[in-house]
Design a binder for this molecule. Sequence first.
Ligand SMILES: Cc1cc2nc3c(=O)[nH]c(=O)nc-3n(C[C@H](O)[C@H](O)[C@H](O)COP(=O)(O)OP(=O)(O)OC[C@H]3O[C@@H](n4cnc5c(N)ncnc54)[C@H](O)[C@@H]3O)c2cc1C
Length: 369
Amino acid sequence: MLKADIMVVGAGPAGAAISSVLAKSWSVVVVDRIEQAQWRIGESLIPAARPLLRELGLIELLDEVSHGCYLGNRAVWGGTASEMDYLRDPNGPGWHLDRQVFERDLLAQAKRNGVQCFTPARLRLLERCDQGWSASVSHRGEVMNASCRFIIDASGRNATVARRLGASHIKADQLISVWLRGSVNGEDSATAGFSLVESAAQGWWYTAPVKAHDASDSRVLAFHTDADLADQSLSDPAKIMHDAHQLPEIGALLRRVEFHVRGAVARSPAHSAHAQPCAGPGWLAIGDAAISCDPIVSRGLFNALYTAQIGAAACDAFLRGNTTPLSDYTQGIRSIQNSYREHLADCYNAETRWPQHPFWHRRLSSVAA
Ligand SMILES: Cc1cc2nc3c(=O)[nH]c(=O)nc-3n(C[C@H](O)[C@H](O)[C@H](O)COP(=O)(O)OP(=O)(O)OC[C@H]3O[C@@H](n4cnc5c(N)ncnc54)[C@H](O)[C@@H]3O)c2cc1C
């Protein structure tokens, strides 16, 4: 029988961060369906995360060998080129992360803080009981009975626990990201440290520098469109490279750094969604399980860490007999969502060149609504 004060489902950035914090006062078990973190897209961590990582006791994990320096964004959007850099940001630059290393290190820190971790593992049954929750977890072919007082949904866009408890995970659009990684011959002062975003008739693109496993330079290249507008040809790296090379800015950058595709094309859901409700007696959802953002705003990782921080405070208070922080938590998520909606509307409102194309038509209509 597995017994803990808190069970966290999902060991991504949100789940690993909240476990690390809560393990200082409570017994915590984490389960994740995958054995260990894999390399994936979602590399740009904004400078505002620095004080948050410090408060969470995680700042030491971000070494300069594994992660690149994120100096700012360049964009060609709405027909104009712009640049936003972090030179004057009081928090300094952000990070272009190696996601696999980041997630591996976050979880290792949680384990050092005393978290018990089961991977690959899946939550099977979940029922309320007098002490909180009784559950069963399958792990390496065995089914373990478990009990906990509080359960945290950190399962990302799946929102596995929230949905099982009757919450809706409300999807606002059908955005997907089709992406690939590649090697480069080298970055220079015009390309290093900057993410580059460029809009096109069918959606929008971005490329960002990241470190490869041997700490050499590499890049991600991603195209975003709606699932129903993405045809089969988008699983062909040659087609993606052909389309990317037609873009005035991204095409020029790829040629300049001598980008060469390594590996297959990946496809990830990238839609906006939120859990309704995102908390209740004995549970809460954090990170993408609570609110998942369009990657155009580069906020997902910050939100994962921030909701881990405020979620940890709410969970801690609940376990000490005070339920008010759970409604404060719900309010906190609502205000993140409101400011996110405004930010997203501002982004899509600024591109009006293709109002007839379904991708932009949908976004301009939802902005107008
Ligand atoms: C294309 C794309 C680009 C992005 N770019 C950026 C960016 O540049 N900057 C940024 O800040 N954000 C970015 N994001 C968003 C960012 O990746 C997410 O917001 C972040 O990963 C959320 O962290 P999380 O821990 O909540 O969820 P996740 O990272 O999704 O982790 C969830 C974990 O739960 C596990 N899990 C899922 N279901 C179950 C289950 N049933 N049982 C057990 N375990 C389960 C998963 O295996 C995973 O380990 C991007 C997202 C996309 C799609």
